[in-house]
Design a protein around this ligand. Structure first.
Ligand code: ADP
Ligand code: MG
Length: 347
């Protein structure tokens, strides 16, 4: 009997030693481990709430780095998208499965929003240079010249041989509005494959929660106050295993004569979109959907955006207006708590 017990303990120990990756050390609380990196033009933070080998973080960052190398349009680099923009004019060029998937999702949201969201916005984004030292209001004549180069219908994908082409010279595909969401989903996949079940992935404030907190309670994700410094929240969203992604006019902008010119461009005018909204946060299972939809609904404005989300299965949203009113879709009323009294919830 005693011998049997020793054998059992030895077996358990052996199993413990053989298991690699990450192990939740059950009831004992483990110090969260956080690693930070700068990729995809933003600060990436991965926090794992379990015992975990350092190599897992490395694998996660390597995955983001690979995605960046395929999709960036930063001129200092090369990528599949840079190649497509330069060499894919009426000529199919090969792209990887990753790039194909993101292009396909990008075209999906461009179609769904009837072109409010448009991944061929790149030449207009470059004209404005928002977020760089050269940011300035462009000559209206230049804006008119660039407008016809924004049309997602001129992007052609071929799934059977993984190629893409564009129909217009000068058109620039820009996956900036969805690439971070895709990267977050892929990091989650890497973590799960390596045995992690409780983690937070943050890509410049786009949050993807893996599982739940070690004590089984939901994660509490802060929703950025668009009028305050980064990290100052207007409310808290409680979620498990979901993504919370925000878009707004406060991320990258410059101001001139009291007007804020920000980085989300309305493809119908060529100017930063200007409606009653200052931010939208989307709650979804998949982060690329949250990323696509936060930008899309921000462009649509409050009324259309709310209606749009209410009709989508499994998606919720919190809209914040410039006059500090907060609107929530029907499925998120219990999960969102307003913490800043300068704002007002509108039922
Ligand atoms: P952030 O990158 O700050 O998280 P978003 O996800 O909303 O914000 O994406 C903004 C980026 O999307 C811009 O920097 C630009 O690259 C791209 N973009 C701008 N306007 C549009 C648009 N109308 N449709 C699709 N992408 C856009
Ligand atoms: Mg987005």
């Amino acid at each position: 009997m005693y011998k049997k017990k020793i054998k059992k303990i030895a077996l358990l120990l052996a199993a413990f030693i053989f298991l690699t990756g990450c192990q939740a050390s059950a009831p004992k609380a483990v110090e969260p481990q956080k690693r930070t990196n700068f990729l995809l033009g933003t600060i990436i933070e991965i926090t794992i709430f379990e015992e975990c080998e350092d190599a897992v973080f490395q694998k996660a960052f390597d995955r983001i780095s690979k995605i960046e190398k395929k999709m960036t349009i930063n001129n200092a680099q090369t990528s599949e998208i840079i190649n497509l923009n330069a060499n894919g004019i009426n000529r199919p060029v090969s792209i990887s499965e990753d790039t194909f998937q993101v292009l396909e999702k990008g075209i999906y949201y461009s179609t769904l929003s009837n072109g409010s969201f448009d991944i061929s916005i790149g030449s207009m984004v470059k004209l404005w240079n928002i977020g760089t030292d050269q940011a300035a209001i462009p000559d209206p004549v230049e804006i008119q010249k660039i407008l016809p180069l924004v049309n997602y219908k001129d992007i052609i994908l071929n799934k059977s041989n993984l190629t893409a082409q564009i129909r217009q010279e000068g058109m620039i595909i820009d996956l900036g509005a969805i690439a971070k969401g895709y990267a977050a989903d892929e990091v989650k996949r890497v973590l799960l494959e390596n045995g992690v079940s409780s983690a937070i992935i943050s890509l410049g404030g786009n949050i993807l929660c893996v599982g739940e907190k070690p004590d089984g309670s939901p994660w509490r994700v802060g929703v950025q106050n668009p009028f305050d410094l980064r990290g100052e929240y207007l409310g808290i969203m409680e979620v498990k295993d979901q993504s919370v992604v925000s878009s707004g006019d406060y991320e990258r902008y410059f101001e001139k004569d009291g007007v804020r010119y920000h980085h989300i461009i309305d493809p119908s005018t060529g100017y930063p979109c200007n409606n009653e909204l200052t931010s939208v946060s989307i709650i979804s299972d998949i982060s690329i959907d949250g990323d696509g939809l936060s930008t899309t609904t921000f462009l649509m404005g409050l009324e259309k955006g709310m209606e749009f989300v209410e009709n989508l299965e499994g998606i919720e949203a919190v809209f914040v207006t410039k006059d500090k009113n907060v609107y929530r879709t029907s499925g998120v009323k219990d999960a969102f708590t307003l913490t800043n009294k300068e704002f007002k919830i509108v039922e």
